[in-house]
Design a protein around this ligand. Structure first.
Ligand code: SAM
Length: 236
């Protein structure tokens, strides 16, 4: 998979060279490039923002650098048009389902907003170059799109076949089947007077599987009843 990121703070993404995504880049499973949006400015100050039409607080990102950057990146998309993702608190909420969908794309472009956001015409323009998605990490406001983009790249990247060593560990995780994951334990079997549930030491895989499913249901009902639309919400 190819991922291009446009940001005025490319150093944010240095951490993505670590761990599994770092390895995915080293082995060629992931081609990740982070570009400074200011590369596509032409004035002495490399300006990317200006005051908002109609007045109001803060600055807005100018459309010109975005247009030039997106033209260049989309022109080098190979077989299919890119999917262009703009992190935004006003977008659809990013979920595991979104991550699954996006993990099947060949080329993703992330456009990280700053200030009060990006001139609205950029989204319309980008729609002529590929599929545009405005995606929110959650119902709160960050200073910029970088942290949201990193979270999305990590969630998407680990779904690329081969990135996570044991694919079974992806299937059993929270949100994959609409439920939260069951509790996990490791050695020692007793720690600070807290014992691991006996069932996990029984060696009976069918009983363990059934116990884990019960735990998933119980935990989801208690912590995230909204994930169980057909059930009556239970008290926390
Ligand atoms: N004025 C914008 C609004 O009220 O919708 C918020 C702008 S925010 C300060 C600057 C940038 O941070 C946004 O353009 C977006 O890229 C990013 N951002 C902020 N909150 C986000 C969230 N919850 N999810 C994804 N991106 C977010």
């Amino acid at each position: 998979m190819r991922i291009d990121v446009l940001s005025i703070f490319p150093s944010y993404f240095d951490g993505l060279t670590l761990s599994l995504l770092g390895k995915a880049q080293a082995t060629g499973l992931l081609d990740l490039k982070v570009r400074d949006l200011r590369e596509w400015t032409s004035d002495r100050h490399r300006t990317v923002d200006d005051t908002p039409y109609g007045g109001g607080a803060g600055m807005v990102m100018k459309p010109e650098p975005w247009g030039l950057a997106l033209d260049e990146l989309a022109a080098t998309s190979s077989d299919e048009p890119p999917t262009i993702i703009f992190p935004s608190p006003a977008g659809e909420v990013f979920t595991q389902k979104t991550a699954r969908q996006l993990s099947t794309r060949q080329h993703l472009i992330f456009g990280c907003g700053r200030y009060e956001g990006i001139d609205e015409r950029v989204f319309e323009y980008a729609a002529a170059l590929g599929e545009v998605r405005l995606v929110s990490l959650g119902d709160y406001v960050l200073n910029g799109g970088e942290v949201a983009t990193m979270a999305m790249i990590e969630a998407i990247g680990r779904l690329i076949p081969g990135v996570v060593g044991n694919p079974e560990s992806l299937v059993e995780e929270s949100h994959e089947d609409g439920l939260l994951e069951y509790p996990s334990y490791t050695k020692p079997s007793v720690w600070r007077e807290r014992a691991v549930p006996d069932v996990l030491l029984s060696g009976n895989h069918a009983v363990i599987a059934s116990w884990r499913h019960e735990q998933q249901l119980e935990r989801t009902r208690r912590r995230r009843p909204d994930l169980l639309p057909d059930e009556e919400p239970t008290e926390r």
